[in-house]
Design a binder for this molecule. Structure first.
Ligand SMILES: Nc1ncnc2c1ncn2[C@@H]1O[C@H](COP(=O)(O)OP(=O)(O)OP(=O)(O)O)[C@@H](O)[C@H]1O
Length: 255
């Protein structure tokens, strides 16, 4: 996709964040293009989750700007975030379902947060979301009755129920077997191709990255260290990136 302003859905410039004295983001500059699947990589604890939590306003920039669909969100008040949260769904790390709520109540949660009260319409949107994630008719189950893969799908249904333009996935493959992980990858690409959703995926699964990514951003020490295409990452000579994609800590195995 051409790198021009018309295609930019999210524009991040000079983003800084810290917790106490711990500086996490040190000036992130990054564009997310409309309709792409972007994979966000980087070492554990490097600030990937912190970065994406800024996009629906769950964290506020200390410094820098974030434009979502042309709107600068850094200066919005909490009550002004409704339209942004409708545009951006988030599949949290670990699924983060409410165990005391049914599948349907979990998926309906963001709709009720947005102030929707029409139960019939909510039920319709919930069952549509379950169809999208290929779990039709599971409304009444409790999260404890579901497998890990099903929980992830319910979390994804909750992320897409308000028909967002963009979905953020925080480690959607964590804890899944490779086959279930593959079906999550298919769902991610289906959402992109069938519903024109922009996907931002944090993952450590390199096999998935090379399957689903249109572009890759590698974060290191609170900044964007590298951006490129999957082929470019496959062929990179950068020792740091090679060690990451090959999962090589540098410690010897020949004992
Ligand atoms: N609300 C918070 N308060 C204090 N520290 C936080 C908070 N959120 C994150 N951190 C810290 O920020 C750092 C970056 O965390 P983050 O979860 O973004 O890493 P990550 O790159 O997503 O890592 P992983 O790949 O392991 O999930 C960590 O040291 C974490 O402890």
């Amino acid at each position: 996709m051409a790198d021009n302003a018309a295609d930019t859905f999210i524009k991040i410039r000079g983003l800084e964040q810290r917790f106490g004295s711990q500086q996490i983001l040190r000036g992130v500059d990054m564009d997310i293009h409309r309709g792409e699947t972007l994979c966000l990589l980087g070492g554990s604890g490097g600030g990937k989750s912190v970065l994406v939590k800024h996009l629906p306003g769950l964290l506020r920039p200390r410094k820098g700007t974030i434009h979502v669909d042309g709107v600068e969100i850094g200066c919005l008040k909490e009550r002004e975030f409704g339209p942004i949260r409708k545009k951006i769904g988030m599949m949290f790390q670990g699924g983060a379902l409410f165990d005391s709520l049914t599948v349907a109540q979990n998926i309906a949660f963001p709709l009720r947060e947005q102030g929707m009260k029409d139960d019939k319409e909510i039920n319709r949107l919930v069952s549509e979301a379950l169809e999208i994630v290929r779990l039709p008719g599971q409304e009444k189950k409790m999260p404890s009755d579901l497998s890990g893969g099903m929980r992830k799908r319910v979390a994804l249904a909750r992320a897409v129920v308000s028909r967002p333009e963009c979905v953020l996935y925080d480690e959607p493959h964590a804890g899944l077997d490779p086959i279930t992980g593959d079906s999550i990858d298919h769902l991610i690409k289906d959402l992109q191709h069938n519903y024109n959703i922009t996907n931002v995926v944090i993952t450590h699964e390199m096999r998935s990255v090379f399957r689903i990514a249109d572009r890759i951003v590698f974060l290191k020490e609170g900044r964007v260290y590298w951006t490129g295409l999957p082929d470019e990452l496959q062929n990179t000579a950068d020792p740091e990136l090679r060690a990451f994609i090959e999962g090589d800590s540098g410690e010897p195995w020949d004992n």
